[in-house]
Ligand binder design. Structure first.
Ligand code: FAD
Length: 367
């Protein structure tokens, strides 16, 4: 008899399995995919760690979590500095003095501030009625037209005029020549890829792959005293209140017979016409020097049941629906829910580790 059946070998399930095993518990970890790691899984192609479910850059301000992951693997010094390609013009991201210099030829922060203020004034928007007006009221027309509009419309699959203003609360603008995307104190990519972290975390647990919990539910539950569930919460309750909605993505990965395809790990395509939002060149996450390269084009797509659920749509309808499922989940005695799918939340990796450690503390507090 296992102490825990862990449904999902992603980061949440793996942190829990590691901590439970450390405390002498026996865990069975299952996943419906053919590999461990969930969405942080890397596939080795041409000697390059390919981020199969989208580019993953680890970043955090929390020293405890940084120390925690560094127990499993060493991190390199990768710093995320994406560039934007707008119809062949290249701009630095996030919006900073390099971007403003390229756009307007301004040199000093004051000149850049004056330019943005002038454009905001010209637009004359006092009460933004949609995302377009909201963005222009925050950063002016030039940045909006070249770097925000097309990208956002592709991401959401509709015109910025039809999207609510609240989606963009602020657009980070930096008046220094600093291309580092994150403000966090710690960031990097695990040397040798993310799989190393998960493999270490799952040492001591039994693992069964290509097993869908819902196809063998009773049989699996009978194997353990308790279940940790990291799959979709609405599916757990057989969608009895309705289906929670997501945005999805499609990835098109190609091996290119050149050593260096785009000179950067992440290039955003910010025009409306290019159908993908980003091109990832995976080798640059680890400063790779392989002969060939692997690139992935990322296409945002509508989600329908059965597609890979990537981004929860946390609007009022879905949040209310989730709360109804959460009420049921809170009543469960022998099932713990955790991770991005079971809590219907977008979590970065450091947040999912933090949430898993909180669950561990609660679960083992008096044991
Ligand atoms: P998952 O990794 O999804 O793991 C859940 C697992 O459960 C999956 O393996 C799934 O197959 C399994 N499962 C589900 N249902 C069943 C079932 N019925 N039976 C058996 N198994 C089941 N975070 C960052 O910090 N930095 C980034 O740069 C970053 N980039 C991202 C880019 C994209 C495109 C996406 C979508 C996310 C990104 N994230 C990033 C977030 C990161 O992926 C998550 O924080 C993390 O993977 C969540 O772990 P999890 O264990 O909650 O979920």
């Amino acid at each position: 008899m296992y102490d825990y059946l862990i449904v999902g070998a992603g980061l949440f399930g793996s942190v829990f399995a590691h901590e439970a095993t450390k405390r002498g518990k026996k865990c069975l970890v299952i996943d419906k995919r053919s590999h461990i790691g969930g969405n942080i899984y890397c596939e080795n192609t041409e000697g390059i760690n390919v981020h199969k479910y989208g580019a993953h850059i680890f970043h955090t301000n929390n020293k405890k979590i940084w120390d925690y992951v560094n127990n499993f693997v060493e991190f390199n010094r990768y710093t995320n500095s994406p560039v934007a390609n707008y119809k062949g013009e290249i701009y630095n991201m996030p919006f900073n003095m390099n971007t403003f210099n390229k756009l307007w030829g301004v040199i000093t922060p004051q000149e850049a501030k004056d330019k943005i203020e002038e454009q905001k004034k010209e637009a004359g928007i006092t009460e933004p009625q949609n995302l377009e007006e909201q963005a222009i009221s925050l950063i002016g027309t030039d940045i909006y037209e070249k770097l925000v509009k097309g990208y956002t419309e592709k991401q959401w699959g509709r015109s910025a005029k039809d999207l609510p203003a609240f989606i963009i609360k602020r657009l980070p603008v930096r008046f220094t020549y600093d291309n580092n995307y994150f403000n966090d104190r710690y960031q990097g990519i695990p040397i040798g890829g993310y799989n190393k972290i998960i493999e270490k975390m799952l040492e001591g647990s039994d693992i069964r792959l290509e097993i869908d919990f819902f196809e063998n539910r009773e049989e699996l539950e009978a194997l353990a005293k308790k279940t940790l569930f990291t799959g979709m919460i609405d599916q757990y309750y057989n969608y009895k209140y309705g289906v929670l909605e997501y945005r999805s993505l499609q990835f098109e990965t190609t091996i290119v017979n050149t050593e260096n395809y785009q000179g950067n790990a992440v290039v955003n395509y910010t025009d409306r016409e290019t159908p993908y939002t980003r091109v990832i060149e995976h080798k640059h996450f680890e400063f790779g020097t392989q002969e060939k390269t692997v690139i992935t084009k990322e296409y945002p797509t509508e989600w329908k049941s059965g597609d890979e659920p990537y981004y929860p749509i946390n609007d009022q309808r879905n949040n209310e629906l989730y709360n109804k499922y959460k009420e049921l989940a809170d009543e469960e005695k022998n099932v713990i829910f955790g991770g991005r799918l079971a809590t219907y939340k977008y979590y970065d990796m450091h947040q999912v580790i933090g949430a898993a450690l909180t669950t561990v503390e609660k679960e083992f507090a008096d044991k």
